[in-house]
Design a protein around this ligand. Structure first.
Ligand SMILES: [Fe+2]
Length: 393
């Protein structure tokens, strides 16, 4: 990892260190608009390295995006792939690194498949803070045939290098800063309460949630605040490392179907769900959620677990209010469409595997109830089901 302001300018040095000479750069059109592509291609030109560019990655890339980028890869003798942008281009780059040389469909690589053998080397350069994809063994691509976001896991998706340069996030508008920032915060919280958490992931998750929560409002309301942007970028990468080792949980499991069926941006769908899913899960991991509250500084260090978790839920609701997170209804989803799809969304959420890492593993009916809870307001929470709480205690 190269970390810090200007780190992306070291791309040529990093490639040469890795004995790589001919990258295909995968990005979205917005990267060209903001001049970030040049910040990568100029050092490559200076070093005399040749490269190709695939700049057609949309938000929420599909198997068709991967197929088109794989075709671009096959046009020349590329020896590595640079994923430049948010999670969408980075995840596309990861999938193309396997499918480009060897063929196959995205579904071939989806869970429960464990993708251990790497394809072409991947160099990740994030421009959001963020999915943390630069530091994870995860790629998420939508199967357009049945509107399902496929979770693909394995060491094969771990980038060989990551250039983590907060200067690339300075132009992010309010909504994108808020959504990607809450995504990162969700990674940190879910990694910490996950059934797969370890001492290694705990340290990263706790450091990340502190940086992210303390800086997210400043980054949103003062976009030029360099220290807030830097803290968000570092927190995002740390949260990525945490959840890559501990997994995410129920928020992410339920978030992906909202994105796949209704095109809700990933961070925003997490934000819509975070207070309600936290309230549902708190009784099953009181100490862990209380640690989050204390670490995020929403209560003093000596606060007991009951008070700390109550205030944590209140603070997550207040964050959604301050960052103007809409409900699914306010986002423009018709209630009849939402209601019709609830059983499918609940099934897809469970099938992704992420809910199995939650402190309490919900059944289909509980997932449907949680989706219903947030439909009219992203700050709605319901009391956990009483029989479940009795089990926890
Ligand atoms: Fe995420």
């Amino acid at each position: 990892m190269c970390i810090g302001g200007g780190a992306s300018g070291r791309i040529a040095d990093v490639l040469i260190q890795l004995n790589l000479r001919r990258p295909l750069i995968i990005c979205g059109p917005v990267i060209i608009k903001y001049g970030y592509l040049e910040r990568i291609t100029l050092p490559l030109d200076h070093a005399g390295l040749t490269y190709g560019i695939f700049s057609d990655v949309p938000a929420d890339p599909t198997d068709a995006t991967v197929a088109a980028a794989s075709q671009a890869l096959q046009q020349q003798d590329y020896d590595c792939i640079i994923g430049l942008g948010g999670g969408s281009p980075m995840d596309t780059a990861k999938m193309v690194s396997l499918i480009g040389p060897a063929g196959g469909t995205v579904r071939d690589f989806a869970v429960p498949q464990d993708n251990a053998s790497p394809g072409l080397p991947i160099i990740a350069i994030p421009t959001t803070a963020g999915t943390g994809s630069e530091a994870t063994r995860v790629s998420i691509i939508t199967d357009a045939r049945n509107d399902e976001k496929l979770l693909c896991l394995g060491r094969a998706f771990m980038p060989s290098a990551a250039l983590i340069d907060y200067e690339l996030t300075l132009t992010m508008p309010f909504r994108l800063t808020a959504d990607t920032g809450i995504d990162s915060l969700t990674h940190a919280i879910e990694a910490y309460v996950s059934r797969k958490a370890s001492q290694y992931s705990d340290g990263l998750a706790l450091a990340a949630m502190k940086s992210l929560f303390e800086n997210i409002r400043t980054a949103c309301f003062e976009p030029d605040n360099v220290s807030a942007r830097e803290a968000m970028m570092l927190g995002s990468t740390q949260a990525g490392m945490a959840f890559s080792n501990a997994s995410v949980a129920l928020v992410h499991g339920m978030s992906r179907p909202l994105g796949a069926h209704f095109q809700v941006p990933h961070g925003l769908s997490n934000a819509m769900l975070l207070p309600a899913v936290t309230a549902f899960s708190v009784p099953f991991a009181m100490r862990r959620y209380a640690d989050c509250a204390r670490q995020m500084g929403v209560v003093p260090a000596g606060t007991n677990d009951t008070v700390a978790t109550r205030i944590l839920i209140e603070e997550l609701r207040r964050l959604n209010e301050d960052l103007k997170v809409p409900s699914p209804q306010q986002f423009g989803i018709h209630e009849s469409d939402y209601t019709t799809l609830l059983p499918t969304m609940a099934e897809q959420a469970l099938a992704s595997g992420s809910p199995a890492n939650n402190p309490v593993v919900p059944d289909i009916d509980e997932i449907i109830e949680l989706y219903e809870t947030v439909f009219h307001s992203s700050t709605n929470v319901t009391a956990p089901i009483r029989s479940r709480v009795a089990q926890a205690l």
